[in-house]
Design a protein around this ligand. Structure first.
Ligand code: ADP
Ligand code: SF4
Ligand code: MG
Length: 398
């Protein structure tokens, strides 16, 4: 087992709920409520779960963008908790983040060169001032962008290309860990595949470890070595990708997996679908005992009073971590492991950015338009016209 680079111990983040003119605290949103795991060098740990279960909060805690209410994060065995400003900067260099939305996470008034090179302003010792432009161009090349586009602005790029810019910035300081919060969720499916392929390539070349947060279970299975399933601020199940997907023992994981679209048409309709009743309870007032008991078809009296611990439980083949009193393996997805045996077709396309002289191409333009039409309802009108009118120049200069 490779060395542990990042370790979360019982991480908790509660946000106060304030009401009235006096802004008195009337409760706490328990966004993350006791999460423990290790991340090993060079591995990808996928984090899945429904919206609101605390994935993004966990990502911010791991990077120390926010202080935890309690619990700790250690980088290579070094606890961040008491770190001073200077130590914190040094530690933070090793853990970087890539956000979901390539439209809002890049400053529209900065050039790509300034965006990718900005981390060098904060950590000037990484690259001497004279060498920064060259280093930024190398980074652009590494992520499949034309280094000559260093003076362009974010709006001149497609969504996929912008996410490449975000990744170039994320790896600028040579981190050991990249926290990726839904890095491909806002992209068209074909572009998602290119960005995922790029991330895998960078991982191989740079030895990066990823915490890959997403709600798309197929994407997570494709990229992850291990997977953690979150429910209401806690980890319900955690194991090797194959253990969680082929032998899930937690009823919540089984329900999530039963809702994944089946790519093989001959299997469609044959698989049992587990339909969860009820809404996700409020994280301000999570159910007693097992948090999942209000929606679990296996729940018994014990579940309402006694909280199940995340411990190794038999899965019919070996054992892996599961937080259910009545953990029991149940095959839900009949398809074979998509990452080894039967490739998920979405990811088998050649990454066009790897072919010299070709960039994201027409995909970028199509995607730009569809994003503008569907997702950007609250963007200022002049921005929309600008985005539609100024199609990105996607072609690398030969
Ligand atoms: N800064 C904040 N202040 C108050 N509540 C927050 C804050 N950030 C997140 N939350 C709440 O914490 C819960 C988890 O949010 P989040 O981590 O964004 O979940 P996810 O990324 O899984 O969708 C949600 O109920 C959300 O409303
Ligand atoms: S502990 Fe009980 S309620 Fe929770 S998942 Fe297991 S069976 Fe369901
Ligand atoms: Mg989120």
């Amino acid at each position: 087992m490779p060395e542990v680079v990042l370790s979360a111990q019982n991480l908790v983040k509660h946000y106060p709920i304030r009401k009235g003119v006096l802004k008195r605290t009337v409760g706490q949103v328990k966004a993350v409520d006791g999460v423990t795991f290790d991340l090993h060098k060079g591995e990808t740990l996928g984090i899945v779960g429904e919206s609101g279960c605390g994935k993004s909060t966990l990502g911010r805690l791991l990077m120390r963008l926010e202080d935890p209410t309690s619990g700790s994060v250690a980088f290579q065995g070094e606890d961040w908790s008491g770190a001073s400003g200077r130590e914190m900067r040094r530690l933070r260099r090793n853990i970087q983040i890539v956000f979901q939305d390539p439209y809002t996470s890049l400053n529209p008034r900065m050039t790509v060169g300034d965006i990718v090179g900005e981390p060098f302003e904060i950590h000037p010792d990484v690259v001497p001032k004279g060498g920064r432009r060259k280093r930024v161009q190398e980074l652009l090349d590494l992520v499949g962008l034309n280094p000559e586009h260093i003076n362009r602005y974010p709006h001149q790029f497609s969504g996929g290309q912008r996410q490449r810019i975000g990744i170039a910035r994320g790896i600028a300081l040579n981190p050991s860990v990249l926290i990726c919060d839904e890095p491909v969720s806002a992209l068209d499916v074909s572009v998602q595949a290119q960005v995922v392929n790029l991330m895998e390539k960078l991982q191989d070349e740079l030895g990066l470890a990823y915490v890959f947060i997403a709600h798309d279970l197929s994407v997570v299975r494709h990229i992850s070595d291990r997977v953690g399933v979150m429910y209401l601020g806690r980890m319900a199940e955690l194991g090797e990708e194959d253990e969680v997907y082929s032998r899930p023992t937690h009823p919540y994981t089984q329900a999530l997996l039963s809702a994944v679209p089946v790519p093989d048409p001959t299997l469609r309709g044959k698989r049992e679908q587990i339909v969860l009743v009820g809404d996700v309870p409020s994280p301000a007032n999570p159910p007693s005992g097992c948090r999942f008991h209000t929606r679990c078809w296996k729940a018994q009296d014990r579940c309402t009073t006694e909280e199940p611990q995340l411990v190794l439980r038999p899965d019919g083949h070996g054992e892996h971590l599961s937080a259910c009193h009545f953990a029991e393996a149940r095959a839900v997805v009949e398809t074979v492991d998509v990452s080894d045996v039967q490739p998920d077709l979405r990811f088998s396309t050649t990454d066009v950015a790897d072919i010299p002289g070709v960039d994201d191409g027409p995909d970028g333009v199509v995607e730009e338009r569809s994003d503008v039409l569907h997702d950007d309802a609250d963007r200022a009108p002049q921005d929309i016209t600008r985005l539609v009118d100024e199609q990105p120049d996607d072609h690398r200069t030969p």
